[in-house]
Write a protein that binds this ligand. Structure first.
Ligand code: NI
Length: 167
């Protein structure tokens, strides 16, 4: 397995709309495995393929404390939603920043797993929020799109400054 490079805001590649996965083959399974490894190493609870510059509809999540519940969702679709929940969200592509975002509290999702089998998942609370956040990435959308322009610009400037210092 291999650690993948995570794109950081405001990298324009994060704005790419991802393409559906046509064939769940060994390459896709390997990408999912590498994404899980990258997410655990970060550490994070969710990662979308868009964030590792692979513009395919694939995401991984694991909200467990001990990395025991990896989930791979390929071509995910939300088929039902219910309620509303506000969570302080963060993102591996926007390191160090957390802002409150409203999402559906409960969702029903259909997807394909890493073996190519379709499944339906009902998720609530953190898992629901996490899946919705990762699905936004597939549309080129980031959690900072939900906050004020002023705050987003401030985060953008600070991240660009930090990156300059790193280089
Ligand atoms: Ni994210």
């Amino acid at each position: 397995m291999a650690l993948l490079n995570i794109l950081e805001f405001p990298d324009p590649r994060l704005r790419t709309v991802a393409e559906p996965v046509k064939d769940v083959n060994g390459k896709i399974a390997m990408l999912a495995d590498n994404m899980l490894e990258t997410m655990y190493a970060a550490p994070g609870i969710g990662l979308a393929a868009s964030q590792v510059n692979m513009h395919l509809r694939l995401l991984v999540v694991d909200i467990s404390e001990d990395n025991s519940s990896p989930l791979v969702l390929i071509n995910p679709e939300i088929i039902a939603r219910e309620g509303e929940i506000e969570t302080n969200e963060g993102c591996l592509s926007i390191p160090g920043y957390f802002e409150p975002v409203y999402r559906s509290e409960k969702i029903e999702v259909t997807a394909i797993d890493r073996e190519g089998n379709p499944f339906t998942l009902t998720a609530d609370d953190l898992l629901s929020v996490c899946i919705q956040h990762e699905m936004d990435h597939l549309e080129g959308k980031l959690f900072v799109d939900y906050i004020s322009d002023t705050k987003r610009q401030m985060i953008r400037k600070k991240l660009l400054k930090q990156r300059k210092h790193r280089e």
